[in-house]
Design a protein around this ligand. Structure first.
Ligand SMILES: Nc1ncnc2c1ncn2[C@@H]1O[C@H](COP(=O)(O)OP(=O)(O)OP(=O)(O)O)[C@@H](O)[C@H]1O
Length: 303
Protein backbone atom coordinates (compact mmCIF):
# COMPACT_ATOMS: atom_id res chain seq x y z
CA UNK A 1 0.00 0.00 0.00
CA UNK A 2 1.40 3.38 -0.89
CA UNK A 3 -0.22 6.67 -1.59
CA UNK A 4 1.79 9.81 -2.07
CA UNK A 5 0.54 13.32 -1.61
CA UNK A 6 2.28 16.60 -2.32
CA UNK A 7 0.72 19.74 -0.97
CA UNK A 8 1.90 23.20 -2.04
CA UNK A 9 5.51 22.12 -2.36
CA UNK A 10 7.98 24.83 -3.42
CA UNK A 11 11.70 24.94 -4.09
CA UNK A 12 13.96 27.73 -5.28
CA UNK A 13 17.61 27.54 -6.27
CA UNK A 14 18.80 31.11 -5.80
CA UNK A 15 16.71 33.25 -8.10
CA UNK A 16 15.29 30.21 -9.95
CA UNK A 17 11.92 29.10 -8.66
CA UNK A 18 12.20 25.47 -9.76
CA UNK A 19 8.91 24.28 -8.19
CA UNK A 20 6.09 26.46 -6.97
CA UNK A 21 3.16 25.40 -4.81
CA UNK A 22 2.95 22.04 -6.52
CA UNK A 23 0.14 19.77 -5.31
CA UNK A 24 -0.91 16.37 -6.54
CA UNK A 25 -2.06 13.03 -5.20
CA UNK A 26 -0.63 9.74 -6.45
CA UNK A 27 -3.27 7.12 -5.57
CA UNK A 28 -2.43 3.62 -4.45
CA UNK A 29 -1.78 1.33 -7.44
CA UNK A 30 -1.78 4.12 -10.01
CA UNK A 31 0.75 4.67 -12.77
CA UNK A 32 1.30 8.36 -12.43
CA UNK A 33 3.03 10.45 -15.09
CA UNK A 34 4.86 13.58 -14.10
CA UNK A 35 5.01 15.34 -17.43
CA UNK A 36 6.68 18.56 -18.39
CA UNK A 37 9.10 20.21 -20.79
CA UNK A 38 12.83 20.47 -20.03
CA UNK A 39 13.39 22.52 -16.91
CA UNK A 40 9.76 22.25 -15.76
CA UNK A 41 10.76 21.00 -12.32
CA UNK A 42 10.19 17.25 -12.60
CA UNK A 43 13.56 16.10 -11.29
CA UNK A 44 13.52 18.67 -8.50
CA UNK A 45 10.07 17.38 -7.45
CA UNK A 46 11.30 13.79 -7.43
CA UNK A 47 14.44 14.75 -5.50
CA UNK A 48 12.27 16.44 -2.89
CA UNK A 49 10.16 13.30 -2.52
CA UNK A 50 13.40 11.35 -2.07
CA UNK A 51 14.72 13.97 0.39
CA UNK A 52 17.82 14.58 -1.72
CA UNK A 53 16.86 18.24 -1.64
CA UNK A 54 14.42 19.58 0.91
CA UNK A 55 11.43 21.75 -0.01
CA UNK A 56 11.35 25.40 1.04
CA UNK A 57 7.66 25.01 1.79
CA UNK A 58 4.85 22.48 1.58
CA UNK A 59 4.38 18.89 2.68
CA UNK A 60 5.06 15.49 1.15
CA UNK A 61 3.14 12.62 2.70
CA UNK A 62 3.52 8.89 2.12
CA UNK A 63 0.41 7.10 3.37
CA UNK A 64 -0.52 10.19 5.32
CA UNK A 65 2.83 10.61 7.09
CA UNK A 66 5.78 12.86 6.33
CA UNK A 67 8.50 11.11 4.32
CA UNK A 68 11.46 10.74 6.65
CA UNK A 69 14.62 8.71 6.13
CA UNK A 70 12.91 5.54 7.32
CA UNK A 71 9.83 6.00 5.14
CA UNK A 72 12.06 6.75 2.20
CA UNK A 73 13.27 3.14 2.29
CA UNK A 74 9.79 2.12 1.14
CA UNK A 75 10.41 3.92 -2.14
CA UNK A 76 12.25 2.32 -5.05
CA UNK A 77 14.08 5.04 -6.94
CA UNK A 78 15.68 5.23 -10.36
CA UNK A 79 17.59 8.52 -10.37
CA UNK A 80 18.03 10.66 -13.45
CA UNK A 81 21.79 10.45 -13.14
CA UNK A 82 22.68 6.85 -13.78
CA UNK A 83 25.63 5.57 -11.85
CA UNK A 84 26.99 2.16 -11.00
CA UNK A 85 30.46 1.08 -9.88
CA UNK A 86 32.09 0.42 -13.20
CA UNK A 87 34.62 -2.13 -11.98
CA UNK A 88 32.16 -4.37 -10.12
CA UNK A 89 30.69 -7.49 -11.62
CA UNK A 90 27.07 -7.14 -12.65
CA UNK A 91 25.57 -9.84 -10.43
CA UNK A 92 27.73 -8.82 -7.45
CA UNK A 93 26.72 -5.23 -7.93
CA UNK A 94 23.01 -5.88 -8.13
CA UNK A 95 23.15 -8.23 -5.13
CA UNK A 96 25.13 -5.59 -3.22
CA UNK A 97 22.46 -2.97 -3.96
CA UNK A 98 19.82 -5.45 -2.80
CA UNK A 99 21.67 -5.83 0.51
CA UNK A 100 21.94 -2.06 0.84
CA UNK A 101 18.15 -2.01 0.49
CA UNK A 102 17.76 -4.41 3.39
CA UNK A 103 17.75 -7.89 1.84
CA UNK A 104 19.78 -10.74 3.32
CA UNK A 105 22.84 -11.75 1.34
CA UNK A 106 21.28 -14.95 0.02
CA UNK A 107 17.98 -13.32 -0.85
CA UNK A 108 19.75 -10.44 -2.58
CA UNK A 109 21.76 -12.83 -4.76
CA UNK A 110 18.71 -14.90 -5.58
CA UNK A 111 16.70 -11.88 -6.60
CA UNK A 112 19.60 -10.36 -8.51
CA UNK A 113 19.90 -13.55 -10.56
CA UNK A 114 16.16 -13.56 -11.23
CA UNK A 115 16.20 -9.97 -12.35
CA UNK A 116 19.15 -10.48 -14.70
CA UNK A 117 17.30 -13.41 -16.21
CA UNK A 118 14.09 -11.44 -16.52
CA UNK A 119 15.82 -8.50 -18.21
CA UNK A 120 17.79 -10.66 -20.63
CA UNK A 121 21.15 -10.05 -18.94
CA UNK A 122 21.81 -13.50 -17.48
CA UNK A 123 24.85 -13.96 -19.73
CA UNK A 124 26.34 -10.73 -18.36
CA UNK A 125 26.20 -11.80 -14.71
CA UNK A 126 29.96 -12.05 -14.33
CA UNK A 127 30.87 -9.23 -16.72
CA UNK A 128 32.08 -5.95 -15.29
CA UNK A 129 29.55 -3.12 -15.30
CA UNK A 130 31.78 -1.11 -17.62
CA UNK A 131 31.41 -3.83 -20.27
CA UNK A 132 27.64 -3.21 -20.45
CA UNK A 133 26.01 -0.85 -22.90
CA UNK A 134 24.26 2.22 -21.49
CA UNK A 135 20.84 0.64 -21.96
CA UNK A 136 22.00 -2.55 -20.21
CA UNK A 137 23.31 -0.51 -17.29
CA UNK A 138 19.97 1.20 -17.09
CA UNK A 139 18.28 -2.18 -16.85
CA UNK A 140 20.55 -3.09 -13.95
CA UNK A 141 19.70 0.19 -12.23
CA UNK A 142 16.02 -0.38 -12.79
CA UNK A 143 16.34 -3.82 -11.18
CA UNK A 144 18.26 -2.24 -8.30
CA UNK A 145 15.43 0.24 -7.75
CA UNK A 146 12.80 -2.47 -7.37
CA UNK A 147 14.76 -5.47 -6.07
CA UNK A 148 13.44 -5.05 -2.52
CA UNK A 149 9.78 -4.95 -3.71
CA UNK A 150 8.99 -1.42 -2.56
CA UNK A 151 5.30 -0.42 -2.52
CA UNK A 152 6.12 2.87 -4.26
CA UNK A 153 8.47 3.12 -7.23
CA UNK A 154 9.70 6.44 -8.59
CA UNK A 155 11.47 6.49 -11.94
CA UNK A 156 13.10 9.65 -13.28
CA UNK A 157 13.00 9.54 -17.09
CA UNK A 158 13.11 5.72 -17.18
CA UNK A 159 12.93 5.40 -20.97
CA UNK A 160 15.78 7.71 -21.90
CA UNK A 161 18.32 5.99 -24.10
CA UNK A 162 16.44 2.69 -24.36
CA UNK A 163 15.83 0.90 -27.64
CA UNK A 164 12.24 -0.12 -28.49
CA UNK A 165 12.69 -3.63 -27.10
CA UNK A 166 14.05 -2.45 -23.77
CA UNK A 167 11.37 0.26 -23.67
CA UNK A 168 8.72 -2.43 -24.10
CA UNK A 169 10.34 -4.48 -21.33
CA UNK A 170 10.31 -1.53 -18.93
CA UNK A 171 6.69 -0.77 -19.80
CA UNK A 172 5.67 -4.37 -19.19
CA UNK A 173 7.49 -4.38 -15.85
CA UNK A 174 5.72 -1.17 -14.84
CA UNK A 175 2.32 -2.57 -15.84
CA UNK A 176 3.08 -5.77 -13.98
CA UNK A 177 4.07 -3.89 -10.83
CA UNK A 178 0.92 -1.77 -10.91
CA UNK A 179 -1.18 -4.91 -11.36
CA UNK A 180 0.39 -6.23 -8.18
CA UNK A 181 -0.67 -3.10 -6.28
CA UNK A 182 2.62 -1.18 -6.52
CA UNK A 183 2.25 2.57 -7.01
CA UNK A 184 4.45 3.91 -9.80
CA UNK A 185 5.37 7.55 -10.38
CA UNK A 186 7.58 8.40 -13.32
CA UNK A 187 8.71 11.53 -15.08
CA UNK A 188 9.05 11.94 -18.79
CA UNK A 189 8.86 14.42 -21.57
CA UNK A 190 8.23 11.62 -24.08
CA UNK A 191 4.47 11.75 -24.10
CA UNK A 192 3.54 8.70 -26.19
CA UNK A 193 5.28 6.58 -23.53
CA UNK A 194 3.17 8.15 -20.82
CA UNK A 195 -0.01 7.90 -22.82
CA UNK A 196 0.29 4.16 -23.14
CA UNK A 197 0.91 3.57 -19.45
CA UNK A 198 -0.52 6.23 -17.19
CA UNK A 199 -3.77 6.17 -15.28
CA UNK A 200 -3.06 9.67 -13.93
CA UNK A 201 -0.99 12.68 -14.90
CA UNK A 202 0.37 15.88 -13.53
CA UNK A 203 1.31 18.31 -16.29
CA UNK A 204 3.90 20.71 -14.99
CA UNK A 205 5.26 23.81 -16.61
CA UNK A 206 7.54 26.38 -15.05
CA UNK A 207 7.33 24.58 -11.71
CA UNK A 208 3.56 24.71 -11.45
CA UNK A 209 0.87 22.10 -12.05
CA UNK A 210 -1.20 22.99 -15.08
CA UNK A 211 -3.33 19.99 -14.41
CA UNK A 212 -3.36 16.98 -12.09
CA UNK A 213 -5.86 14.16 -12.34
CA UNK A 214 -6.93 11.07 -14.24
CA UNK A 215 -6.21 10.51 -17.91
CA UNK A 216 -9.95 10.85 -18.57
CA UNK A 217 -10.15 14.17 -16.72
CA UNK A 218 -7.19 15.60 -18.61
CA UNK A 219 -8.88 14.76 -21.90
CA UNK A 220 -12.14 16.37 -20.80
CA UNK A 221 -10.32 19.47 -19.64
CA UNK A 222 -8.34 20.05 -22.81
CA UNK A 223 -10.21 18.23 -25.59
CA UNK A 224 -11.84 20.49 -28.14
CA UNK A 225 -14.63 19.45 -30.51
CA UNK A 226 -12.88 18.09 -33.58
CA UNK A 227 -13.82 15.68 -36.37
CA UNK A 228 -11.53 13.39 -38.27
CA UNK A 229 -12.61 13.31 -41.91
CA UNK A 230 -11.41 11.15 -44.78
CA UNK A 231 -12.79 12.16 -48.17
CA UNK A 232 -13.45 9.53 -50.85
CA UNK A 233 -10.98 11.02 -53.30
CA UNK A 234 -8.53 12.34 -50.71
CA UNK A 235 -9.21 15.93 -51.78
CA UNK A 236 -9.74 18.58 -49.10
CA UNK A 237 -13.34 19.28 -48.05
CA UNK A 238 -14.94 22.44 -49.51
CA UNK A 239 -14.13 25.72 -47.83
CA UNK A 240 -16.52 27.59 -45.52
CA UNK A 241 -18.18 24.53 -44.05
CA UNK A 242 -20.80 25.67 -41.51
CA UNK A 243 -19.68 25.11 -37.90
CA UNK A 244 -16.03 24.65 -38.89
CA UNK A 245 -13.43 27.33 -38.30
CA UNK A 246 -10.29 25.51 -39.37
CA UNK A 247 -9.35 22.53 -41.52
CA UNK A 248 -5.98 20.94 -40.92
CA UNK A 249 -4.40 18.41 -43.24
CA UNK A 250 -3.03 15.46 -41.33
CA UNK A 251 -1.46 12.23 -42.41
CA UNK A 252 -4.27 10.53 -44.39
CA UNK A 253 -7.16 12.64 -43.11
CA UNK A 254 -8.44 16.15 -42.47
CA UNK A 255 -8.98 17.51 -39.00
CA UNK A 256 -11.99 19.80 -38.73
CA UNK A 257 -11.96 22.21 -35.79
CA UNK A 258 -15.56 22.97 -34.84
CA UNK A 259 -16.45 26.51 -33.77
CA UNK A 260 -19.29 25.47 -31.46
CA UNK A 261 -22.11 27.10 -33.48
CA UNK A 262 -23.34 23.67 -34.65
CA UNK A 263 -23.39 20.28 -32.95
CA UNK A 264 -21.05 17.64 -34.39
CA UNK A 265 -23.89 15.57 -36.03
CA UNK A 266 -25.11 18.71 -37.83
CA UNK A 267 -21.59 19.40 -39.09
CA UNK A 268 -21.34 15.79 -40.27
CA UNK A 269 -24.60 16.23 -42.25
CA UNK A 270 -23.30 19.45 -43.80
CA UNK A 271 -20.03 17.80 -44.77
CA UNK A 272 -21.80 14.78 -46.26
CA UNK A 273 -23.99 17.10 -48.36
CA UNK A 274 -21.00 18.89 -49.80
CA UNK A 275 -18.40 16.21 -50.45
CA UNK A 276 -17.90 12.47 -50.81
CA UNK A 277 -17.13 11.19 -47.32
CA UNK A 278 -15.15 7.98 -46.88
CA UNK A 279 -15.16 8.12 -43.06
CA UNK A 280 -15.85 10.62 -40.33
CA UNK A 281 -15.51 10.30 -36.55
CA UNK A 282 -14.81 12.24 -33.39
CA UNK A 283 -11.13 13.02 -33.04
CA UNK A 284 -9.40 12.12 -29.78
CA UNK A 285 -6.39 14.39 -29.37
CA UNK A 286 -3.15 12.71 -28.40
CA UNK A 287 -1.59 13.47 -25.04
CA UNK A 288 1.14 15.31 -26.92
CA UNK A 289 -1.42 17.64 -28.52
CA UNK A 290 -3.15 18.17 -25.19
CA UNK A 291 0.13 18.91 -23.51
CA UNK A 292 1.28 21.36 -26.17
CA UNK A 293 -2.07 23.13 -25.93
CA UNK A 294 -1.87 23.34 -22.14
CA UNK A 295 1.67 24.74 -22.23
CA UNK A 296 0.70 27.20 -24.95
CA UNK A 297 -2.34 28.40 -22.97
CA UNK A 298 -0.11 28.77 -19.92
CA UNK A 299 2.35 30.96 -21.81
CA UNK A 300 -0.47 33.03 -23.29
CA UNK A 301 -1.84 33.56 -19.78
CA UNK A 302 1.43 35.13 -18.58
CA UNK A 303 2.22 37.00 -21.79
N1 LIG B 1 20.87 22.13 -8.03
C1 LIG B 1 20.38 23.14 -8.76
N2 LIG B 1 20.92 24.38 -8.70
C2 LIG B 1 20.40 25.40 -9.41
N3 LIG B 1 19.35 25.30 -10.23
C3 LIG B 1 18.76 24.09 -10.34
C4 LIG B 1 19.24 22.94 -9.62
N4 LIG B 1 18.45 21.89 -9.92
C5 LIG B 1 17.54 22.35 -10.80
N5 LIG B 1 17.71 23.65 -11.05
C6 LIG B 1 16.87 24.51 -11.93
O1 LIG B 1 15.51 24.26 -11.59
C7 LIG B 1 14.71 24.22 -12.77
C8 LIG B 1 13.99 22.88 -12.84
O2 LIG B 1 14.94 21.87 -13.11
P1 LIG B 1 14.58 20.31 -13.10
O3 LIG B 1 15.84 19.56 -13.31
O4 LIG B 1 13.77 20.00 -11.91
O5 LIG B 1 13.66 20.20 -14.40
P2 LIG B 1 13.16 18.92 -15.21
O6 LIG B 1 11.69 19.13 -15.45
O7 LIG B 1 13.55 17.68 -14.53
O8 LIG B 1 13.94 19.10 -16.59
P3 LIG B 1 14.54 18.02 -17.64
O9 LIG B 1 13.38 17.41 -18.35
O10 LIG B 1 15.35 18.89 -18.53
O11 LIG B 1 15.35 17.02 -16.85
C9 LIG B 1 15.63 24.49 -13.95
O12 LIG B 1 15.55 25.88 -14.23
C10 LIG B 1 16.99 24.13 -13.40
O13 LIG B 1 18.00 24.88 -14.02
Amino acid sequence: MAQLQLDKVSKAFGAVQAVRELSFLVPQGSIYGLLGPNGAGKTTTIRMIMRIVLPDAGTILLDGEAVDDLKRERIGYLPEERGLYRKMQVLEHLAFLGEVRGLSRDEARKRARNWLERLGLADKASAKVEALSKGMQQKVQFAAAVIHDPPLVILDEPFTGLDPIATRQFKDEILQMAKGGVTVLFSTHVLPQAEELCTHYCLINRGRALFAGTAEEVRKRYAKPQLKLATADGAPPPENLPGVNQVEKRNGFYLLHLDGTLQAPQVVREVANRCQVAAVEHYQPTLEEIFLRAVEEDHVSVA
